[in-house]
Ligand binder design. Structure first.
Ligand code: GSH
Length: 216
């Protein structure tokens, strides 16, 4: 199977996680951010992740990919329940975290920005949604204050470092970990103990790199 991704894409991390957690081999290709032709030819629109199955058919939508891989290869790992209180917390962090993340992604040397044109494509597109990148970077303290407060609330919802609900790996892990993984590129984030242990453990279990070393 082949998975098309961008390295910064949290939805792609969801799909990558299920392969890592189940120890399944897969081929990964990082598309250039301005490559519209490849995804459009596969699924009719410019989007990643895309899974090309062994029968040659292509599937978009991260959670569909996760479900497909989980249900068709080896023992099923994930339960579907998501605690409403976790959902609320993730929605809250998700409402502003792109202001911290997007201007930093372009400073990490990621493969999807391998040409000037790919880099420009991303900056132009995302400036429309969050505003000027430099201004967002300058506003870091304001977002960081909020984030550090919200992470302390999230800490109470992390019940085990190897399965956030404390009972079994679940879709909660598939949604939560990619968000936290991306936040490791932000210098000055204070990860409370349980959050930190969770991120580190889940990164190992799912074989996904963190950004601590390059944090901006
Ligand atoms: N609902 C989709 C969302 C995927 C998505 O939004 N992917 C973004 C990258 S993070 C994308 O491909 N956007 C188009 C673009 O970057 O031009 C999923 O869960 O897979």
């Amino acid at each position: 199977m082949k998975l098309y991704v961008y390295e910064h894409c949290p939805f792609c991390v969801r799909a990558r996680m299920i392969f890592g957690l189940k120890n399944l081999p897969f081929e990964q290709e990082v598309l250039s951010n301005d490559d519209e032709a490849t995804p459009t030819s596969l699924v009719g629109k410019k989007v990643v992740p895309i899974l090309v199955k062994d029968d040659g058919t292509a599937m978009p939508e991260s959670l569909d990919i996760v479900k497909y891989v989980d249900e068709n290869f080896g023992d099923k790992l994930l339960t579907e329940q998501i605690r409403p209180e976790l959902e609320v917390q993730l929605k809250q962090i998700g409402s502003y975290y792109n202001h911290l993340l997007l201007p930093r992604f372009v400073k990490l040397g990621l493969a999807e920005y391998n040409t000037q044109s790919a880099l420009n494509y991303f900056i132009q597109k995302k400036t429309k949604s969050i505003g000027d990148f430099a201004e967002n970077l300058a506003n870091t303290p304001q977002y960081l204050d909020k984030l550090n407060r919200d992470l302390t609330l999230l800490d109470n919802l992390i019940l085990a470092q190897d399965k956030v609900n404390g009972e079994q790996l679940s879709v909660e892990d598939i949604i939560l970990f990619p968000m936290l993984r991306n936040l490791t590129c932000v210098k000055g984030v204070i990860f409370p103990t349980r959050v930190k242990n969770y991120v580190d453990c889940m990164a190992k279990m799912s074989k996904i790199d963190l950004f601590y070393g390059n944090a901006v």
